[in-house]
Design a protein around this ligand. Sequence first.
Ligand code: ZN
Length: 481
Amino acid sequence: MTSSSDRSAKAPGADLIARFAAIVGADNAITDAAEQAPFLREWRDLYVGRTPLILKPATTQEVSRILALANAEGVGVVAQGGNTGLVGGQIPSESGAEIVLSLTRLKQIRGLGADGGSLTVEAGVTLAEAQAAARSAGRLFPLSLASEGSATIGGCLATNAGGVAVLSYGTARALVSGLEVVLADGSVWDGLGALKKDNTGYDLRDLFVGSEGTLGIITAATLRLYPEPVERATAFAALPGLDALLPLFQLAEAQAGASLTAFEFMSGELLGFVTRHIPGTQRPLAGEAPWYVLLEISGAAEGRATGLLEALLAHAATAGLVSDAAVAGSLTQAAALWRLRESASEAQKGEGGSIKHDVSVPVGRVPELLSKAADVVARISPGARPVPFGHFGDGNVHYNISQPPGMAREAFLAQWDEVARAVHDVVTSLGGSISAEHGIGRLKREELVRVKSAVEIDLMRRIKTALDPNGILNPGKVLSR
Ligand code: ZN
């Protein structure tokens, strides 16, 4: 998954490297290959990059000085947060010409809004740290992902991350009211603030959210906080077949309304992978079912969420939509159920190579996506094992496919592009998107051109050229050069 255009740029010389290093100090300028290694490899091992220099600035001013110099000298800059991205956006190319800007030292929690409705943090604060800061003020920052211990706020916003709470709170884009961004020439846009309404011209904030470090570098953000639910009730339900998924979701929505805060699903085969490969996990229900759903209902009053959930499951069982279900009786049990779902991606490593997709379709068409995608995969790669999971309530499916048992990993992964094109064609035919919550990065930049209209690609290129005329910001990501 490389292309020759990534090898064209010229690496900065020793003098220039010294000038960059002087901005952050020698201790925060990494040139040693062994020290660099963890920054240059993404966790699925799809991309391994090269760089002469990793810089770890601690302030917005340092980021500004670095970009001003990079822009003047024409050096590509790849911003990186917790290095948990899944499309290669945070990894430099193999050219060895780009420098990496690790933002993990921008760690300040700048403050809570006077009404408790917002929290301003710097880009390197992890998602878990932002959640904890909100919690210590008696508030909720709802964005939640499996990688939240390492993923940073800057990275979550730069990729418009989704996760498991989108159903009621929206993606990262909906959870930010203001940004501070360093532009390609080093100038700083202070757009922080907690306004709910602001119609003063073009929405600059939404231009940077989801831009994957290609239009500017987010250095701080004002996040929206919510009341903490008094109670959460969690259940794991077994479904008799694919046909039950949509009616169960519709029933849950009808009965719980806005209190339905999660409706996550996974295939039965994938639950088997989880209990086989993830230590300490076990099946919450006897027997095996083709599909499982994790439901969460949050309540503003004690006892209400559990009551609602139990009534819903009883109704669903009567209607034949659920064959068995376990309701968590404690926070520990709820955490164990969530762990099954959140280990879904990790568990696939134990089964060899995986071809992965992050797609969305209108919720009502998810079952159709699942059956049609299974057909195309069986045709291209007989014996491959689709193990879809994801955020059913958002129409977001991680349509992952584990290799046929016994096949060589590399031989299976060589089919990636062909399989991805076929799955994406199914998604497009259903009115869907080829990237629901992971972004484009390098992995999908060729697919982006294939599925977007010429008008859309042209608009994107014009925005890129306007904001980054020298092409220094995350070169070759989202849009190819
Ligand atoms: Zn997801």
